[in-house]
Design a protein around this ligand. Structure first.
Ligand SMILES: C[S@@+](CC[C@H](N)C(=O)[O-])C[C@H]1O[C@@H](n2cnc3c(N)ncnc32)[C@H](O)[C@@H]1O
Length: 274
């Protein structure tokens, strides 16, 4: 049983079996999966695989990097970075069920020699100081209240000069979000900061901003398109499989929150100074 409300939010029954059955139904060979086969379901953030590709391009990977993915989820981004660039990626996630499924999918894509996962908290990263070239995180910080500690932990495990790559949801000027959304059914586990406050917290933790892109507008377009597709039966493969019975309301609220500027999205690459 999950022992904290964030893990409870993300935990669903027999997720591995559900995903394998959906992959089969979509005509995939579940014994020889590729990261492309999995992309509709294992990239659990706004913009999915194309957003991962954009953030990776901002980092400028060469393939020799040791990467830590914080809040790695089912492992879509970590497998993509290992597969496409050749990086060695470790993932850490609070949701034990996600870690189990991430390991199973990594075995089935033949990437287990380059990708590993640990169950644990981003606020207590069990890795030695200065052990990674890149710390990467997509759509995880919105569940984490103590951003000072989060960004200081990320800073600690990065090598000096190492890069932090973030895709995050931020609070917008339009008021609190409508719930449910993909990361929370109620406000008690949603901790959004404005882009300005996020940037100051990162700088106070010892980071220098290399690139900061407000991606709200492109995210809004893809989010509205997704919300429109909530009418009728869902596709065989999609992140609705991870979300539970209220997935349609989540997709619609995500679009509405962006539209009303209750939420914003950004990509950032920062460098560890000091
Ligand atoms: C929306 S999912 C994103 C997963 C993944 N980054 C992706 O983009 O596919 C958010 C993830 O953050 C994880 N998470 C939330 N709070 C966390 C914490 N304090 N420590 C580690 N992981 C956390 C959740 O368990 C969940 O897997």
């Amino acid at each position: 049983m999950a022992d904290n409300p964030v893990e409870t939010h993300y935990t669903s029954q027999s997720l591995g079996e559900v995903i394998l059955a959906a992959l089969k139904a979509a005509g995939k060979d579940i014994d020889h999966l590729t990261p492309d086969d999995l992309a509709p379901v294992d990239e659990f953030h706004g913009g999915q695989r194309p957003a991962t590709m954009r953030l990776a391009a901002l980092v400028g990977f060469v393939g020799t990097e040791r990467v830590l993915d914080v809040g790695a989820g089912l492992g879509g981004p970590s497998r993509y970075l290992a597969w496409h660039y050749g990086c060695h990626v470790s993932g850490v996630d609070l949701t034990a069920e996600f870690v189990r499924v991430a390991e199973m999918l990594t075995q089935r894509t033949g990437l287990a020699d380059r990708v590993d996962y640990r169950h644990g908290s981003a606020l207590d990263l069990r890795f030695a100081d200065a052990s990674f070239d890149v710390v990467w995180s997509q759509n995880a910080a919105m569940n984490i209240a103590d951003r000072n500690r989060l960004y200081r932990q990320m800073h600690r495990v990065l090598k000096p000069g190492g890069k932090l790559a973030l895709q995050e949801v931020a609070a917008g000027p339009g008021g609190p979000p409508h719930y449910p959304v993909q990361w929370a059914r109620e406000p008690g586990i949603s901790f959004l900061l404005s882009q300005g406050a996020t940037r100051s917290t990162l700088e106070a933790a010892g980071f220098h901003v290399v690139t900061w892109q407000d991606t709200t507008q492109p995210a809004l377009q893809s989010s509205v398109a997704r919300a429109r597709n909530t009418v009728g039966p869902p596709p065989a493969l999609g992140t609705h499989l991870l979300l539970g019975a209220d997935w349609q309301a989540m997709f619609r609220n995500s679009a509405r929150n962006l539209e009303e500027r209750r939420t914003e999205l950004f990509n950032a690459v920062l460098e560890r100074v000091g």
